[in-house]
Structure formats: C-alpha cells, structure tokens
Design a protein around this ligand. Structure first.
Ligand code: ZN
Length: 254
C-alpha cells in the first residue's frame, strides 16, 4: 500500500491510500487507527504533503563506501548518526530555501525508513514489525557549513532541508532498490541500497539502543556518491525505486 498525506478543503489535512482512480481519503492515522471514507481525490487535484510529520529525523552518515570515498573519509566501524529537526521537513513541490549563510548547498538522495511503533532496544531480527514503510528523502546539506562547524546540526538543520515523499510504501524489501537524484533532469546520483554499509535492521537496532523511536519518526539511511550543488532556479528530484519521486524547486532565501 502507498500512504500519503493530502490537503483537502482549506486547512484540513488527511491521510490517504493510493488507489487506481485516486487517493482514498481516510479518517484517523495509520500510526494509530484509520478507516477509509467514501471520498476519493483524483491525482490531478491532490495536493500532497510530506507523508509523515516526525518528532525527529535520525540520519546516518557515510553509509555508502563510494560517498565516504568522495568525502575523503574512512568507512566507520559503527554507524555515525546525527539528527535533523522536524522543522526541516517539507513535502513534494515545496521550495527548498537556500540560506544566505551558505554558498554551497548539496542534494543527498536517501532511502527513508518510517517507524510505525514505539521502538526501544530492539534487536535487528525483531525490527520488521516496527517499520510502517519507506519513503524517499533528500538530506539537503550546507556543505561549507558542515566543513566549517565540524559537527552537523547547522549544516543539516535549516528549515526546508528535509524533503520527504511522495508516499510511504508499506510493502517493500529495502534491499536492492535503485536510488537516483536528478537536477533539472540531469542525473547526479545513481546508487543501489544493496551498497549500504549498514542495512536497515542494523541501523534501527543501533539507533534504538540510543534513543526511543516514536511512531512517525524517520531514519535516513545515507547517500551514495555524486552529491553536488543546487542553486536557485533548479528543480531537484530524488527517486527511490518502487516508492517514487519527491521533486522540489530551489529558491534563494534572505
Ligand atoms: Zn545524508
């Protein structure tokens, strides 16, 4: 199933499920309990939001060997984790705003894991039922500030620096999926989740030994090689096989 969040009349927001004719509006939430209604929104009229609004986004650095190499880094022996704030999340078609404090903002396509239930101290072999599904993410990064600060809260934490979407795919094996990023239609990153250093189950186990993951929290699993700059006027699109694309225009902030 593909789960989306849509804006319906005015400020009203609902979860929906993708069906053949459009998006079936539901009441409630897939994280607690939800039920289908009679309403279907045609795809052409649906205004998609980020499919989830997490309390935190836990990200993994250097989880593809080719990206670690392009950053001049060794592969870590344990996952390197950091957090993006929930306020960084945006949905499809919403602009990524370039902060005036940075002159080098990069795209990073990543497979995103959406947690379905309270997850604390869970062993890798028991992780499966804790995952609601998967979506696509862009871990937008101010590379110059990342280098300057030596830690990543500022570089990774600006508002709009975490596009998510378009849907949460609930029936998906996260292994062996193609991941791709294009800027203005030109391919910048192409990888495959089979090249991740630490797999999804290992990552969730590792993170859950540190902090409790709550329903709706998101884990970004790292990016393959090919990261590069985005500029005002660009359209950046990240795509994960079998999930789809989240596409965002880039604008200058002030
Ligand atoms: Zn990243």
């Amino acid at each position: 199933m593909k789960i989306v969040r849509v804006r319906i009349a005015g400020d009203e927001i609902a979860y929906g499920a993708v069906e053949e004719e459009g998006i079936r509006v539901h009441v409630g939430s897939p994280f607690v309990a939800w039920e289908p209604t009679e309403a279907i929104i045609p795809f052409t009229e649906a205004q998609l939001l980020s499919p989830v609004f997490p309390t935190k986004i836990v990200c993994v650095g250097k989880n593809y060997a080719d990206h670690a190499a392009e950053m001049g880094s060794e592969l870590p022996s344990d996952p390197i984790i950091f957090i993006k704030p929930a306020t960084a999340v945006i949905g499809p078609d919403t602009p990524i705003v370039l902060p005036p404090d940075s002159e080098e903002v990069h795209h990073e396509v990543e497979l995103a894991v959406v947690i379905g239930k309270v997850t604390r101290n869970v062993a890798a072999e028991d992780v499966g039922p804790h995952i609601l599904g998967y979506t696509a993410a862009n871990d937008v990064t101010a590379r110059d500030l990342q280098r300057a600060d030596g830690q990543w809260a500022r570089a990774k934490g600006f508002d709009t620096f975490c596009p998510l979407g378009p849907a949460i795919e609930t029936e998906l094996d996260p292994r062996g999926l193609k991941v791709r990023c294009t800027v203005n239609g030109e391919i910048r990153q192409e990888g495959n989740t089979e090249d991740m250093v630490f797999g999804v189950a290992e990552l969730v186990e590792f993170i859950s030994r540190v902090m409790t993951l709550l329903p709706g929290d998101v884990v970004l699993t790292g990016t393959p090689a090919g990261v590069g700059p985005i500029e005002a006027g660009d359209i950046v699109e990240v795509n994960i096989e079998r999930i789809g694309s989240v596409r965002n225009p880039v604008v200058a902030g002030r």
